[in-house]
Structures are given as structure tokens and as C-alpha cells.
Design a protein around this ligand. Structure first.
Ligand code: NAD
Length: 260
């Protein structure tokens, strides 16, 4: 670990402790170290399945077998396990610093890692919903041998994720906006911050007085205008170090304001 990174990790630990109420906004980079490809990853999954076609709601209504073909393959990827970054965020919540996670991911890994307050901004690919009777099914209970899978009522099932062209679920949108207004520090982790309205949440946090701290191997459109600082690196490496630094600081007797 170089000196700059070391001092930024220390700074983030102190800021989280001092500010007391943090929220995290996560994107697909959060799960990259669990083996799930991000949209930015060249080659492989997203070149085979162009998200603008396979993950677009229009395609779902004209040819639902097509998105399900993608889901079938994504499903094997999504059997991935949480990485040390997911576990670190769950630990920050248990320690009382993190109020909740707003995730753009649909992979359920925050919940699997033990985070209890997760706002699913883009839904969850581990569930499907019947477009006719609105019954929900856990993905593992659905046979993908014949596509598209159907409900007992014969309605077409749709993965309960937000497809391109679909609105954000109203409750998730309201909860995410409230969490962004109420937090005093927002960790923005593994998102390229180009997909709206998720990308507007850090700005809402900033305008409401929060500090914005990015964790990403690359800069984003937020870096120069919205973020207070960025820690350049991988979520699965940086987040456990921040948690460990908070432990060290609290053992050294630094006062810890708990989340309000
Ligand atoms: P994106 O693909 O646009 O950008 C990924 C970002 O993650 C980039 O900024 C990249 O630099 C960063 N990154 C890569 N590896 C990282 C690491 N190890 N640690 C931290 N950051 C890392 O992703 P996005 O902004 O989340 O937008 C894509 C959309 O695609 C989201 O809406 C999301 O729902 C969906 N998606 C979800 C998953 C998933 O559920 N795991 C996977 C792919 C896409």
C-alpha cells in the first residue's frame, strides 16, 4: 500500500467515525471481485449480450425468450459469493456507522453478506414476477428449460430487475432519495455514475451537506465535481482496510459518534 492510499484510507475511517451516519451507493464494480462482469468489462458476457437489446423492456415484450436466454447464463454467474468488500459494508452496518446500502446491483450479494438495510434500486435478479398475477418466485424455483418460464396462471414471468426503459420502483426511489438527503457521508463504490437516476444520488447527498467519498479503480464524472475525494482501488481491498482502520482508531480511544 503506497503512502497516498494509506493516508486516504485513514482519512475515510476518520470521516466515517466523525460524521456518524453514512450511506453507500454501490454499482457493478462492487461485485467484480465476486466474478460478475461489469458493463465496462471488455469481452465476454456483455459483448455477447448487448444490454441495450437483451436487458431492454421493449425486447421483453416482443421476444421474452431473448432476455431469459441472457438471464439463464447470468444466473450461473450470479451464483457468485459475496467478496470482502460486501462483508466490510455489512460489518460497518453492524458497527453502527452505515445506515444502509443503495445498490444498483441485482445480484443479492449485499444481502448474502449480511447487510440488512439494502435498497434495491434496480430490483433483484434472484426473484421473478408474473406479469399477469404479480406472484413472485425465487429464481431457484424456476425451470429455465423452456423459455420464457411461466407462472401457474400461465402468465409470462419476468426477472424482478429493472430493465432499460422501465421506471425505478417508486418505493426504492423514495427511500434512496431520503437516504441520500439524510446521510452525512456517502460512499460511492464501483459505479461509473453514468446511469440515471442512480447517478444523481451522490449530488443529492452533496447538496444536503454530506461528504462524498468514491472508491473505484478509475475516476468517474463525479470525481471532479461532486466527490470530496476518491480512493483509487478495488472495493474488496479498500473497504476491509477502512473497517480495520476504524477498529484501530477506536481501540486507540478516538471518540466514536454512532449513527443517529
Ligand atoms: P458500470 O459497469 O457502468 O461501471 C462499473 C464501475 O466499477 C466502473 O467505474 C469501474 O471502474 C468500477 N470497478 C471495476 N472493478 C471494480 C472494483 N473491483 N472495485 C470497485 N470498482 C470497480 O456499472 P454501474 O455504474 O453499476 O452501472 C451498470 C448497471 O448495470 C447498473 O445499473 C447495474 O444494475 C447493472 N449491472 C449489475 C451487475 C450486478 O448486479 N452485479 C453487473 C453488471 C451490470
Amino acid at each position: 500500500m503506497n503512502r497516498t492510499m494509506e493516508s486516504l484510507i485513514r482519512r475515510a475511517a476518520e470521516d466515517i467515525m466523525e460524521r456518524g451516519t453514512a450511506a453507500a451507493l454501490t454499482g457493478s464494480g462492487m461485485s467484480a471481485e465476486s466474478g460478475i462482469p461489469t458493463f465496462r468489462d471488455k469481452g465476454g458476457f456483455w459483448e455477447k449480450y448487448d444490454p441495450n437489446l437483451y436487458a431492454h423492456i421493449g425486447t421483453f415484450f416482443t421476444d421474452p425468450g431473448k432476455p431469459w436466454q441472457m438471464v439463464k447464463e447470468f444466473d450461473s454467474i450470479a451464483r457468485a459469493q459475496p467478496n470482502p468488500g460486501h462483508h466490510a459494508l455489512a460489518e460497518l452496518e453492524r458497527m453502527g456507522y452505515l445506515k444502509g446500502v443503495i445498490t444498483q446491483n441485482v445480484d443479492n450479494l449485499h444481502q448474502q453478506a449480511g447487510s440488512s438495510n439494502v435498497i434495491e434500486f434496480h430490483g433483484n435478479m434472484r426473484r421473478a414476477v408474473c406479469l399477469n398475477c404479480r406472484r413472485y418466485y425465487p429464481m431457484e424455483e424456476i425451470s429455465l428449460e423452456v423459455l420464457p418460464p411461466r407462472c401457474e396462471c400461465r402468465g409470462v414471468l419476468k426477472p424482478d430487475a429493472v430493465f432499460f426503459g422501465e421506471p425505478i420502483p417508486a418505493i426504492a426511489l423514495r427511500q434512496a432519495q431520503e437516504a441520500s438527503q439524510q446521510c452525512r457521508l456517502m460512499l460511492v463504490i464501483g459505479t461509473s455514475a453514468v446511469i440515471y437516476p442512480a447517478a444523481s444520488l451522490p449530488r443529492i447527498a452533496k447538496e444536503s451537506g454530506a461528504m462524498v467519498v468514491e472508491i473505484n479503480p478509475e475516476t468517474t464524472p463525479l470525481t471532479d465535481h461532486t466527490s470530496d475525494y476518491i480512493i483509487i482501488g478495488k472495493a474488496g481491498e479498500i473497504l476491509p482496510k477502512i473497517v480495520s482502520e476504524i477498529r484501530t482508531l477506536s481501540r486507540a480511544g478516538k471518540e466514536i459518534p454512532r449513527s443517529r
